[in-house]
Every structure is written in C-alpha cells, then in structure tokens.
Design a protein around this ligand. Structure first.
Ligand code: PEP
Ligand code: MG
Length: 879
C-alpha cells in the first residue's frame, strides 16, 4: 500500500502537527469541532521530504492522491475545478510545523482562466470582482511560480490606476481589471517566454511545487536560523476552497485575536476590511477598521465571530489569532493559531487563564518565554526628555528604541554591522525586509495595521514597532521622512515608543520598566515550585540592590577587579602594579583597601541575610595598564622630563607583563600565590566590611572565592591565608564565612575530590571552563570562526551562550559527584554567563546544583526557568 500523503480536513486532528503542519492540523481540528471552515485537504510534510529528495519533483503517486482529494473536494463543494459554469477555486498555502508567518508563499484564486473567469462573472453577476480575482491570481502566480519580480506587476497596476484616474483599488472598473489581466499576461510572456497556464490542473501542480520550494527561499532560511527551526522539518501544503471577501459590500475579511496581544486585556482585538481579500489586511496596503466597528457594520457576524473566538480559545486553552472571511453574509473561519503576544500580554494571559480555570499554574509558567521577560524589563522612555513629537501611529509592539533613520533593510543591516543603532523606516515591510528588522532597534511604517507584516514580525522579535503612522510621509527616493514641516534625513536620530505609537525626534534616554503585578504573581508561583536558588552576579552596591529587587537570594559572583576601574582607583591600582618592591606595593594596596571595603559594606548591606560570594582578583595585571602604543604616543608628545621617565617606566612594565596567551597566563589564583599581599588586602577589606556591617546589625554571610584553581595545593595555600586574615580581623567574633573555589579549569573538575578537601563550595565558571574545554579563546572564536561553525552546523549552538551539556556539562557533573563524595554538603552553583540561560539552567537543575547566578536583569527569567525545569522533571518522572 502506498503511503498516505494527502489528508482531507475531516481526516486530521490537532495532534498531527508534525505531519500536517501547524495550519493543516488546526484546519482539521476546527473542521472536527464543527466550525465553519471551507473544505480542503493537506499535503503532508513527508511529501515535501520526498519532493526535495526527488530533486524538486512530485511522485506520480502523490499526484494521483492530490487528484483524488480534488475530486472529493469537488463533490463536497458541488463545484468543479476548471468548470466555467460552476468553477471551484482554491488557495494553495504553505503550512510549516512551527509557525513562520509570512516567510513562505501562498497563491489564491487558483482555477481561474480565461473561461472560468467569465463563468465566475456570470455566476456572481459581478464581472469586476471576477477580473479582480483573476488579476490577483496572475500576479501571485507570475511572481511566486514563474519568478517574475513583483514590482513589474506593481508598476503595471500603478500605471493603469493613474491612466484611469483610480485612486484606490475599489475605484478600478471591471474594464480596468480586464485590461490589466491582458497586460499581466503579456508581461509574463515577455519575461519568461511562456504563457500563463490556462490548464487549471497544471496551475495546481505548479503552485504546489512552488510552495514546497518556498521552504528553501532566502527569507524562510533566515527566519529558521533565527528561531532555531530545523531545516529538515519541511512544510505541508494546504489546498482549500476559496471563499471571497471581495464579492461586494456584504463581504469582508479580517484577522482577530481572541484577546488583546499587546496588553492581554480580555477583549476581541483585530481588524477587517469590507469587500477585500485576506492579503489586503496582512500586506498592510489598505489601513483596516478596528474589529469593534464590525459590531455596528455586521452585528450578527460579530456575534458569531465572538462565539467562535470563545470556543477556539477554550479548545486550545490559549489566545488565538484567527483569520476569517465573510462571503455574502456568511462567516468562514480560515485559520486559527496561537496568537503571538508581547511580554506584558503573555504575563496577563497566563495569570488570567489560571484565574479563569482554563490552565494550571504549572502550564502558565511553562508558557513564559525568556524573550518576554527581556522585553518587559527593558523599555520605556524618559518622558521628561521628550521635546518634539513628530507623529503618532499604531502602537504595534511595545518597548522603546532609539536609533538613526535607515530607509531600507540593506542600509539598516549594513549600519548595524558598523555598530550603529538603527530604526528601520519603511512605508510598509515585506518578508524580504526581515534582515533589516533584525538589524534594527525598532521599526516604523507609515502604512498597515496592527497585524501587518511589520507589526507581527517585530512583536515576535520583541522589537518596538509603530505601524500605520500616516502622519509621516516617507520619501524613499530622497531618503527622508517628512512629518509636518520637519524633514528627517537618513542617519538622523529618532526615538520610537511602541507602547504609545509615538515617533519622537532625537535620541531620548530609555528607562527600564517596573515589573507588572502579573509578572510578580508568576514569579511568586515560580518561587513556590523551583528548587534551584537564584543568585546575582553583581559588583557594586547599586547592582546588588537591583538584584535584590528582582528577587536575588544572594550574590554568586562579585568580580572584585571591576571595583578598580573607576579613574580615581585605577591610578592607585597602576601604582600598585608598577611597584618595584613589596613595600611600595603594600603602600598602594593600603590606599585601595578602604575603597574595596566601602564597596563590600554597601553590598553586604544590600544583601542583608543572604550570602555574598566575593571572588579575589582574577584578570592579568596588564589589563589595568594602558597599551604600550598609547603610552609611547604620550611619551613622544610630552616635554616634561619627569613625565617622560614615568611613561618610559610604564612602557617597560607593560612589556615585562606581556604574555602571548594571557587567558592561560599569570591570572587568578596564580596572582594570589605570586603576590600574596594583593589577596591579603582584599581579604582584609572583606572582613573589615563584614565586622563593620555586623556592628550595624546587618546579617553578613561572606563567601571568599578563589579563581582559576587547577590544583588542590593552590587552594590549600590560599585557603590558609583567608583563614589567617579572617582570624586576625575578626578576632574572637563569630563570622559565618565560607571559602571555596571556582571550577574553571578542566583539571579542577577532574580532581574535584582533592580540591573539595579545601573548599566549602564550588562555583562553576563556565565561561572559562567552556574556553578551556573546547580549547577556544572566546574573544577569538566569536570573531573568527564560531559564526561559520554555526552556519555550517559544525556546532548546533554557541557554547558560550548555551552550556555544552555533553562536554562541559559532563565535567560539571563529574566534579559535583566527586566533590560531594567527600563532602556531601558541599555547596555548588554556576556563575558563568550560562547561569541566565534557560536550557543551561535546566541542566543545572537536573544535575542537582544548589544555585545559578546571573546578571540582575536576568534574575526573573532565571527564577521562571528554574521552575520550568522542575515542572518538566516532574512531568518526565510521571511518564
Ligand atoms: C567564568 O569563567 O565563568 C567566570 C564567571 O569568570 P570570568 O567570566 O570573570 O572569567
Ligand atoms: Mg573565569
């Protein structure tokens, strides 16, 4: 028996997403639920694999299955494909497993030819409508299937409208469309040397092939890469009876979200156009009406639509994004999918669905995405700095952005590469602009609604976007934007506020947003569930305070070197490094001591009651000195003999500290062993600060962390120094302190049991551990070969972003087990960048670490990711 590669909508269901694609599975599920879905069938993703394998050709068996599905469709609809008296027209749409909005191709009105168009005109008594459909088909077929660039069609349309005096599409007469059909056909003949096919079955075959092929078009490939969608998923193709929203004024088409995707409010949200086809709404060519006005325009349809929305939302237990069409007063649902939402809405929806009893807390937590939190915690503009409002458009995707105006996607991408912040400004965007959207801080369009391409893509990427901003005129030729009497040229600064739709002149300072009550609720649920503690990487009292306000339960990494970079401190630090004798060095250190101490006091204060892990000096000393070339320039420029001598001495020192491979050189605990007075000063500052805070009633839990240990004896020696200085400073006072080490060197992981003998805790420094396990220097790798490695799929992920669980993770697992075999209560955590990354957090949870530590803004995300990891583990154990 041959493999079934074509399913009627009534044969599938929501669970068959991998085979039928998201759209196909949903259409099947809706059909099963008795919703008014136009009939059709789905060609499976497996068929697309075959198609690619056969060198972009369909098997005969597949063609036969399509033919029999078509015959069934004819009998279901009572129409016939290619029959001039009662023509069946179909749409052919892509349907990937993971939603890729607008990235692949769709062809509508298939089945029209010179005969059936006349039949359609006669049947509907509307010749204008019939030829409008026909010209749309030829245009889509011409560009998508036959590869004629769409601007040829656009310019013919534009010319025809100009010649006939039609301003809008609605103003075009049937004669106008008829003539345009002829011109389109000639254009195709001229550009491709072949006729637009009149044979409807040939149309269908070519269209299906083109949709399969669109899986591999440029924009789809880029989208997959950004969204980590596997290339081998393939796409399904949906063939569906056309219903028409452009047959007259009792027709229309629109997009509705069951709740507001910008703020989560429980109200229908969307837009529609009367007498129009679907792509008019999505393409943003005409600015649609808000869905609310449908209540007045077509009250019964609105009621039905509201019912459908409720039903679908309950069925899928999530907010839906629904495409609908009204054909001569009858509502059809064309598509439903989980609605994309921004951060604020995601939180509110999750909380509301729990309150409404639709989902559980666990399900709510699992729906929260890291990108949502990033968005929620980084936005808003400093209102007091707004001087000139240029215009206000639709608030399509919230968040604020500043950047210089770029009027095309290539310029935006190019400028972004040179480090500029860019705002992409276009009359409207198309999927071809995706690289420009990606490269920009925010997007502004003068046309199109809240569901236009720019809005959907920007929301998905969490980028601020203002759409349909009719108050600005974008002059692409002169590369400028005109708002009132203000002209903004390319390269000038503008600010977007995607939450209010405002476009503001200049670069307005941005402000972080405060957490919403819904986020706080979600975090509370996360805290009840998670097992991992969440600490912060923070090096100063302000960050420590911020971290605490985000829910940090301690500090997992305080990089003390950051305290030396303030100009007033740097000179003292440099003096310490330049010292020729231990006494000179000690004198400089004595000056640094109170500075460190006051920082530690601030941090202990902010973390009252929580542990604070302080890492002793880690980087190589030359990082605190200027570059030799810079010193040489200064030396050449100065006339002062004294200064010359000092600069020459510094140059000598810089040369003497030079290392061929500083990452593996004199740094970390090696410094502490060679220059013990540096660490002594730091330890003294820590305990002085602890004592002074304790005097003020602050509960202090210092944890002194020794970096870059590779051999147990390194830690053994340095631990002794910590204990000795602690004893000297604290005298008889009890201080609940710990001494531990970072595990950043593979040897440390391999000899963890020996190292644990001297450690109260292990903190995995996965930045260095990744560098040393792979043998990549991160700065070189990211700039030199890692991008190509990822492009060529040598590696699946950047190991500096997502923990390499297989290799680096194995070392961590071994080290934890070995350490605990000696000391079961050994505290373990992670403080590299991975501590704030979802998949890495899940791994830390699985292997039973006690905590993760990450930068303050990532803490809310880490709290949620830790809860998600626990929920998933429970689910797995229940299976
Ligand atoms: C690490 O190596 O993971 C770490 C946290 O230390 P740093 O990034 O400061 O080298
Ligand atoms: Mg490190």
């Amino acid at each position: 028996m041959s493999l079934k590669m074509v399913y009627g909508f009534s044969e599938g269901n929501a669970k068959m997403k991998a085979l039928l694609g998201g759209k196909g599975a949903n259409l099947a599920e809706m059909t099963r639920s008795g919703l008014p879905v136009p009939h059709g069938f789905t060609i499976t993703t497996e068929a697309s694999h075959d198609f690619f394998q056969m060198g972009n050709r369909m098997k005969d068996d597949l063609l036969a299955q399509i033919q029999s599905a078509l015959t069934r469709l004819e009998s279901d609809t009572g129409q016939r494909f290619g029959d001039a008296d009662n023509a069946l027209l179909v749409s052919v749409r892509s349907g990937s497993v993971t939603s890729m909005p607008g990235m692949m191709d769709t062809i509508l009105n298939l089945g029209l030819n010179d005969d059936t168009v006349q039949g359609l005109a006669a049947l509907t008594g509307n010749e204008r409508f019939a030829y409008d459909c026909y010209r749309r088909l030829i245009q889509m077929f011409g560009s998508i299937v036959l590869g004629v660039e769409s601007y040829h069609f656009e310019s013919l349309l534009h010319k025809m409208k100009k010649n006939t005096g039609a301003k809008l599409d609605q103003d075009v007469t049937s004669e106008g469309w008829r003539n345009l059909v002829d011109e389109y056909k000639s254009c195709i003949k001229m550009k491709t040397g072949r006729e637009f096919p009149q044979q409807v079955h040939e149309q269908l075959k070519m269209a299906v092939e083109a949709v399969f092929k669109s899986w591999n078009n440029n924009r789809a490939q880029i989208y997959r890469k950004i969204n980590h969608i596997p290339d081998d998923q393939g796409t399904a193709v949906n063939v569906q009876r056309m219903v028409f929203g452009n047959k007259g004024d009792d027709c229309g088409t629109g997009v509705v979200f069951t709740r507001n995707p910008s703020n989560g409010d429980n109200e229908l949200f969307g837009e529609y156009l009367v007498n129009a086809q679907g792509e008019d709404v999505v393409a943003g060519v005409r600015t649609p009406y808000p869905i609310d006005t449908l209540k007045v325009a077509m009250p019964e349809i609105y009621e039905q639509l509201a019912q459908v929305c409720k039903l679908l939302e309950r069925h899928y237990k999530d907010m839906q994004d629904i495409e609908f069409t009204v054909e001569n007063g009858k509502l059809y649902v064309l598509q439903t999918r989980t609605g994309k939402r921004n951060a604020q809405a995601a939180m509110k929806l999750a909380v509301d669905f729990v309150k409404e009893g639709i989902i559980s807390r666990e399900e709510a937590l699992q729906r929260i995405e890291a990108s949502h939190l990033d968005q929620l915690l980084h936005r808003g503009i400093d209102e007091s700095k707004v001087l000139e409002l240029l215009a206000t458009g639709l608030p399509a995707s919230p968040g604020a952005a500043i950047g210089v105006a770029a009027f095309d996607a290539d310029t935006a991408a190019e400028w972004n590469r040179t480090g500029k912040q860019v705002i992409l400004i276009r009359p409207e965007t198309t999927p071809e602009d995706i690289h420009g959207v990606l490269a920009s801080e925010g997007v502004l369009t003068s046309r199109g609604g809240m569901t236009s391409h720019a809005a959907v893509v920007a929301r998905g990427m969490g980028k601020p976007c203002v759409c349909g901003c009719e108050g600005v005129r974008i002059d692409l030729e002169a590369r400028r934007m005109i708002a009132g009497d203000r002209i903004i040229g390319e390269g000038e600064w503008v600010t977007l506020d995607g939450a209010s739709g405002r476009v503001i002149l200049g670069a307005i300072p941005l402000q972080d947003a405060a957490a919403t009550t819904e986020l706080l609720q979600i975090l509370e649920w996360a805290d009840e569930i998670r097992k991992l503690r969440v600490y912060a990487n923070a090096d100063n009292p302000v960050d420590a305070q911020t971290a605490r306000s985000f829910g940090a339960e301690g500090i997992g990494l305080c990089r003390t070197e950051h305290m030396f970079f303030a100009p007033s401190r740097l000179t003292v630090m440099q003096r310490m490094i330049m010292a020729d004798t231990t006494d000179e060095r000690k004198a400089a250190l004595a000056q640094l001591l109170p500075m460190q101490q006051s920082d530690f006091e601030g941090i202990f204060q902010a973390m009252d009651g929580f542990s604070v892990t302080i890492r002793l000096l880690d980087p190589p000393l030359h990082e605190f000195l200027p570059k030799a070339s810079e010193l040489q320039r200064k030396l050449d420029d100065t006339d002062s003999i004294e200064e010359k001598a000092l600069l020459a001495q510094m140059i000598r020192k810089v040369h003497s500290l030079h290392e061929s491979n500083p990452m593996l050189g004199l740094r970390g605990c090696r410094l502490g062993i060679l220059y013990p007075e540096i660490y002594d000063m730091q330890i003294e500052a820590i305990f002085n600060a602890a004592a002074s805070c304790m005097d003020r009633g602050v509960s202090v839990i210092p944890e002194i962390m020794i970096p870059l240990v590779g051999h147990a004896s390194e830690l053994e020696r340095l631990r002794k120094r910590v204990d000795r200085v602690a004893g000297q400073v604290m005298q008889a006072r009890a201080c609940n302190y710990k001494v531990g080490t970072m595990i950043e060197v593979p040897r440390a992981a391999l000899t963890a049991r020996q190292i644990a003998a001297h450690a109260d805790f292990f903190s995995f420094g996965t930045n260095d551990l990744t560098q040393m396990t792979f043998g990549y220097s991160r700065d070189d790798a990211e700039g030199k070969f890692l991008t190509q490695y990822l492009d060529q799929k040598v590696l699946q992920h950047n190991p500096f972003q997502a923990l390499d669980t297989e290799g680096v993770g194995q070392l961590i697992g071994m080290a934890v087990a070995a350490g605990r075999s000696l000391k079961p209560a050994l505290k373990t955590g992670i403080c590299g960048e991975h501590g704030g990354e979802k998949a890495s957090i899940a791994f830390c949870h699985e292997i039973g670490l006690d905590y993760v530590s990450c930068s303050p803004f990532r803490i809310p995300m880490a709290r949620i990711a830790a809860a998600q990891a626990e929920i998933e583990q429970i689910h797995r154990s229940e299976l």
